[in-house]
Ligand binder design. Sequence first.
Ligand code: UDP
Length: 350
Amino acid sequence: MKAASQPSVLVTGGAGYIGAHTAKALHERGFLPVVFDDLSSGSREAVRWGPLIQGDLRDRAALSEAVATHQPVAVIHFAGLIEVGRSTVSPDLFWEVNVAGTVNLLTVMREQGVERLVFSSSAAVYGQGGRGPLETIAETADKAPASPYGDTKLAAEWMIAAQCRAHGLTAVALRYFNAAGADPSGLIGEAHEPETHLIPLAIAAALGDGKPLTVFGHDFDTPDGACLRDYVHVTDLAAAHLAALTVDLPAGAFEAVNVGSGRGHSVLQVVEAVGRAVGVPVPHAIGPRRAGDPPSLVADPRRARELLGWAAQHSALDEIVADALRWEREPAYGAGHRDPANRRRSPTPV
Ligand code: UDP
């Protein structure tokens, strides 16, 4: 039995990358993270700080039972589909999971009186809009998602905001910029299958465990022609969730907040940083642009500081890369993005 002093928080998608790091942060702050995850992309091994309920967001009865059993004081909602490219070929699936799944969750929360929500949103809600390449993005910037994935995140935000107005739910949507790095403990880290993210792919290429990296485009209107992104350490992201969960807000409030460092790095700067950390250059070639990639996504992080008292502490590029490299050298689980011919080099059989 859980101690009375340990309130439960339902963490949908808590077996995934950011969800697992947030579950650890919840545990460290005295909460019991109750993970609800279908394990379609998350890892069972990442659930270490509370129970795991294996279930699908589209299954309202399963969600309802999880909430009735664990009586959470709040929900942190990560579960959803995230691959931008896949969303362009299966938009119906993305709407079903990311939007209809969120409707289910909101309904269950209303039915059972759970009044606090933190939602995983994304900088993908902004797209490129009318911004110049070096402009940072404030929360009030135009919303022009460049993919069905971004559409579903924006639609879910609107629906949550309406639920706040209608039923007194209090919610914070965190618009993540580029999550990266790994917990310094080595217990949890990034393990997407397939892996599509720049930093793990660059590290795998440098370690000789993966294919040479393709840099997607070098003809953008940016200082070195490559895309600019705002990389934020996953430990910082986890801390932002705790801040969003505990900030004093009036009933019915809805807030959308950027979670980024405020600094942009180009793909080529990341390639250089990974080369420095590994000690060998990252094998790479310049390729065509990837569909739906805005040239630049860099947060204006002021609102997070004002509202949540949060600012990135561990998001210097070299710290992110060092922590990601420690994990990639010795992942506790997952290593599916590595070249199968070289997988025996990874310590965890996959
Ligand atoms: N990128 C790249 N090669 C890759 C993967 C990513 O050049 O193999 C670039 C991508 O175009 C983007 C940046 O790296 O500008 C970050 O991409 P990622 O997929 O990590 O995150 P996203 O920005 O799509 O959320």
